[in-house]
Design a protein around this ligand. Structure first.
Ligand SMILES: Nc1ncnc2c1ncn2[C@@H]1O[C@H](COP(=O)(O)OP(=O)(O)OP(=O)(O)O)[C@@H](O)[C@H]1O
Length: 616
């Protein structure tokens, strides 16, 4: 599959551009599908003739030899044509789907860092798991059968018209009713139920995702039965809507089958009258009657596909929404990286570059070279403000902050003060709505993409593999010696020596064999291996006892000496080692200065510091 399907843009929809791109294949498959129906029709036509002719007991089998051969040929031909049709149509659809998946990925990728705040997880799962799959049915179950049915309809009416114009008009109207009126009326009648069904499904996905994320809390609260009941209710509501919907579809199908039966009767009566009037021999009555079956079946299938079409529309709408958001994000990114707000990397940063550890930056991003060890990272926040989409108030505002290379900053504040938001802004996960952020002379997002940050968070995730592999997440190509060296620097030496398999010891699922402090040390070893100039610490000591906390902090500060450090914390342990301490409250800076300055100038700080000394 070397052929590359061009990626249509957001404005060009999710169906037509691909049909246009694959027009030749689409046309070929439609003709082959029509041929398959025609072959089926010919099979029954000749069968009908053969049965009638045989019933008249010809004196020699050779009298029916030709229809026998034809029945065999059409029977065999139908299977072969059907197979070829499936082969080509699935090949075409797989090409289209692969192009669509690439396109969806490209739409989602620029939004990756905001994905959890922008979409609900259930919707994303639905999008990835269902929507693209749904679209394959547009081609296989809707477009192709409908095109084939219309072609069969047109050919049938033309052939009949050649024999009897008035009857051809009657059949055209009759089958038109089958092909258009019944599906459209059914669609309109089931619109409300379908809408409800989609809403319920989205809620079910959302609640299931929520429940999985919060499974621990449900278990701890002892209310798992309540959760299961709620999910069961939601499922029952959906199943009920499903049933009502299906009932409507079955009714429509039943009506279509009845209409089809009527068409067969009409044909039988017409063929009878044609025979009576001497237009053709009586043997042809069965042939004309039988031929109606496969033709009607093709039309009923097309009608059913139309009835299922709203599901496809919902999928395309969701894909279009995601793509529009992705395009907006890309445009914003392009403006950010090429706009006037993006000064080039400072001269001294590149001057100090060392070849062995430079980070290849994407073309549009000023290249930032990171030398082995701390470099000239300089963080400058100038009047920064951010308000989450849909929120009334600002989560942070008026933030002015200058951090010199190698400085250690503590961000302190109660819950909801805006620490994490500020963190995300510095990391380039969020773009400021007011003011600007520059890191080593470039926008935060560019700094992030150039790999200037390492992050240690509250609960580092350990994968179910060896300690060495978990540390290697920091740098895949690190040698065993390098991994051991950082593990020792992180204070894991003794622990590793006590394990029979040393660095090759499996950590077990989610790292359950290690204590909180040990897990943080593994995370520190990863950070050391990454060797990046800015390290962001998001409460890495939360939940640790005071002694373990002190020890971990000592290891951290010793090993991260010289790097620019920003540390989110809730309390004041270790503040003496910080160059700047920033208090946030209600999204604003309320106190700022070194430990000594704050002790001298702020009574409140003195009180907080005294209160926060651990009882060792
Ligand atoms: N995704 C979001 N959408 C809307 N509002 C948000 C979102 N995330 C945070 N906020 C709001 O922004 C404000 C600051 O939140 P933030 O998470 O930055 O505080 P924090 O100081 O890090 O709190 P904590 O210590 O509890 O993590 C809060 O009022 C919070 O409700």
């Amino acid at each position: 599959m070397k052929e590359e399907v061009q990626q249509p843009t957001a404005t060009r929809g999710w169906i037509r551009p691909y049909v246009r791109k694959q027009a030749v294949r689409f046309l070929a498959v439609s003709l082959i599908a029509t041929l398959a129906v025609a072959c089926g029709a010919a099979l029954l036509f000749t069968s009908g003739y053969l049965i009638s002719r045989s019933a008249l007991q010809p004196y020699n089998v050779l009298m029916v030899y030709v229809p026998i051969v034809l029945v065999r040929t059409f029977g065999f031909g139908r299977a072969v044509i059907h197979y070829v049709e499936r082969l080509i149509s699935h090949d075409m659809v797989l090409r289209i789907l692969s192009a669509m998946r690439v396109r969806l990925y490209r739409a989602l990728e620029p939004q990756a860092v905001h994905i959890r705040s922008r979409y609900r997880t259930g919707d994303i799962l639905g999008l990835l798991a269902e929507d693209i799959e749904q679209l394959q049915n547009v081609y296989l179950r809707l477009a192709l059968p409908y095109t084939a049915a219309v072609l069969v309809y047109a050919a049938g009416v033309l052939i009949l018209g050649y024999m009897d114009a008035a009857f051809a008009v009657l059949i055209a109207l009759y089958c038109g009713f089958l092909l258009i009126t019944v599906p459209v009326v059914t669609l309109l009648a089931s619109r409300v139920i379908r809408k409800k069904h989609l809403k319920e499904r989205s809620l079910l996905y959302q609640e299931t995702a929520d429940s999985i994320f919060g499974m621990n809390d449900w278990l701890l609260s002892g209310r798992t039965n309540h959760l299961l009941e709620r999910l069961a209710q939601r499922q029952a509501a959906m199943a009920d809507l499903d049933r009502r919907n299906r009932r409507k579809e079955w009714r429509a199908e039943w009506i279509m089958q009845c209409i089809g039966g009527g068409a067969v009767l009409l044909m039988a009566v017409w063929a009878g009258s044609m025979s009576t009037s001497g237009q053709f021999a009586p043997e042809w009555i069965a042939a004309y009657t039988f031929v109606t079956f496969p033709l009607i079946e093709a039309m009923v299938r097309a009608g059913q596909a139309v009835i299922a079409s709203p599901d496809y529309r919902v999928s395309t709408r969701r894909l279009q929404e995601v793509e529009a958001a992705g395009t907006a994000e890309m445009e914003a990114k392009t403006e950010t990286t090429t706009g006037v707000n993006s000064p080039a990397a400072p001269a001294d940063a590149s001057a100090e570059a060392s070849a062995d550890a430079s980070v290849a930056a994407p073309a549009s991003i000023p290249s930032i070279n990171i030398k082995d060890g701390p470099s000239d990272a300089f963080i400058h926040l100038d009047g920064v403000g951010y308000r989450y989409p849909g929120s009334e108030g600002w989560s942070v505002r008026d933030i002015h902050l200058k951090v010199q290379t190698g400085e250690k900053i503590a961000l302190i504040g109660r819950s909801g003060a805006g620490k994490s938001t500020l963190f995300k802004l510095i990391q380039g996960e969020l773009a400021p709505q007011e003011g600007r952020i520059s890191i080593a002379g470039v926008e935060a997002q560019a700094a992030r993409e150039a790999g200037l940050f390492s992050v240690m968070n509250q609960q580092p995730y350990l994968f179910d593999t060896t300690i060495a592999n978990n540390i290697r997440l920091g740098r895949q190509n690190a040698s065993d010696e390098e991994v051991m060296a950082v593990a020792e620097r992180a204070g894991l030496g003794e622990l590793i020596a006590s394990l029979p398999k040393g660095l090759e010891t499996p950590v077990r699922e989610t790292g359950s064999r290690f204590s909180g402090g040990e897990r943080q040390r593994i995370s520190l070893a990863r950070v050391l291996l990454q060797n990046r100039p800015i390290v962001l610490l998001d409460e890495p000591t939360v939940g640790l006892d005071p002694i373990t906390e002190q020890r971990l902090l000592t290891t951290l500060f010793q090993n991260l000496q010289g790097r620019t450090l920003i540390w989110i914390t809730h309390h004041l342990t270790g503040m003496e080692q910080m160059d700047q301490i920033i208090f946030l409250d209600g999204g604003k800076i309320t106190m700022q200065g070194s430990h000594e300055q704050l002790l001298q100038q702020h009574e409140r700080y003195r009180q907080l510091y005294a209160l926060d000394q651990p009882l060792l």
